[in-house]
Design a protein around this ligand. Structure first.
Ligand SMILES: Cc1cc2nc3c(=O)[nH]c(=O)nc-3n(C[C@H](O)[C@H](O)[C@H](O)COP(=O)(O)O)c2cc1C
Length: 347
């Protein structure tokens, strides 16, 4: 309600300034206590207890500044990052565009973030607080050895993360998505798992892998096989798309990753593809174009154990996590499911 009043003013700002303001507001809101949720929404994935299945996707809180404020908004988990070893300016501005007519966003941010040291300070300060905080790790654009960057990040962040998310699917770092290829991916995951083991032993946080929606069937099969083989905690399906369905907004020609409503059906299909390819052996996190409880429910029924949102929050505002949870609870009742886990893959 309140958001519908301030949204026009926010939308008069360019998208990146509006995002900066939202972060500032959340910093001011501080570490409010996370609301309580009905037990029916709680769910266990990769050995982690989630109070509800709706998470904030990576890219909103790139430096890990406001995870507790996000949990305070009602998200069941907050994924911060992507964080790279060294600070990085990202691409020249403008690089973030609202496609209002399409309820979508195009971004070519390019992993802008203040680097591991700054994130470490903030995340260390909150380390004793409760709440599921995933840390999404990336490689610097100019790194000569990108796999070494991921290993460095795993070593630094594993002690602070409820889970680590390995992001090899951003379209805005040239060549990054090549790490999804079979041999590169095996080497990358071995390096990350070894680095995690060095600092945390057997008890380290589970490793999630975030993939692109723009994959061929053979890629999907290979990634699924590796995910099962390496016992990944989850696959996050998916990042933004470089494909362009029909769009109507003036910004439709911008280069970058497309997210929001036009990504929904593609991300849903990729989730089904990964469910089939993994045979349900690896939990899936569904992300891409989720805006309503019905969208989230459809993703869960298609095989997602958890869901995440980002772009829709630009349009729906900060009450979104709570609204999705309320709606999910009603849909579970309607369809006769006592727990989220029972509904996963039930379509
Ligand atoms: C502005 C912006 C920045 C993003 N930055 C990251 C990032 O740093 N790391 C990452 O893994 N995903 C990033 N994403 C992708 C989102 O986490 C998500 O996968 C994608 O936007 C699809 O979900 P949505 O349609 O709900 O936005 C970003 C998305 C947007 C819109």
């Amino acid at each position: 309600m309140l958001y519908s009043l301030i949204r026009p003013a926010l939308f008069r700002l360019d998208a990146e300034s509006a995002h900066g303001l939202a972060l500032k507001a959340l910093k001011m809101a501080g570490k409010t206590r996370a609301p309580a949720f009905p037990a029916s929404l709680s769910t266990q994935v990769a050995g982690i207890a989630f109070p509800n299945p709706v998470g904030m996707a990576a890219g909103f809180d790139k430096d890990g500044e406001v995870p507790d404020a996000l949990l305070g908004l009602g998200f069941g988990f907050a994924e911060v990052g992507s964080i790279t070893p060294l600070p990085q300016a990202g691409n020249p501005k403008p690089r973030l565009f609202r496609l209002v007519e399409d309820r979508a966003v195009i971004n070519r941010m390019g992993f802008n973030n203040r680097g591991a040291q700054v994130a470490l300070e903030g995340l260390t300060a909150r380390r004793d607080r409760p709440g599921v905080v995933g840390i999404n790790i990336g490689a610097n654009k100019d790194a000569t050895d990108r796999i070494a960057d991921y290993a460095t990040m795993a070593r630094l962040m594993a002690p602070l993360a409820t889970y680590l998310a390995v992001n090899i699917s951003s379209p805005n770092t040239p060549g990054l998505r090549a790490l999804q290829d079979e041999s590169a991916l095996t080497g990358l995951l071995d390096a990350v798992l070894e680095a995690r083991g060095e600092v945390c032993g057997e008890d380290g946080p589970p490793v999630f892998l975030k993939v692109a929606p723009d994959l061929e069937p053979a890629d999907i099969d290979a990634i699924a096989r590796i995910a099962v083989d390496k016992r990944l905690g989850a696959l996050i399906v998916s990042n933004t798309t470089i494909s362009r369905p029909t769009l109507h907004s003036p910004h439709r020609g911008e280069t970058g990753g497309l997210s929001g409503a036009p990504l929904r059906d593609l991300a849903q299909q990729r989730l089904r593809d990964f469910r089939k390819a993994t045979g349900g052996a690896v939990p899936l996190v569904g992300v891409g174009g989720i805006a309503t409880a019905e969208d989230a429910w459809a993703r869960i029924r298609a095989g997602a154990s958890l869901v995440q949102v980002y772009s829709a929050m630009v349009y729906e505002g900060p009450g979104m996590a709570r609204a999705l949870c309320k709606g999910l609870e009603a849909l579970m009742k309607r369809d006769g499911f006592a727990t989220i886990a029972d509904a996963v893959g039930s379509e």
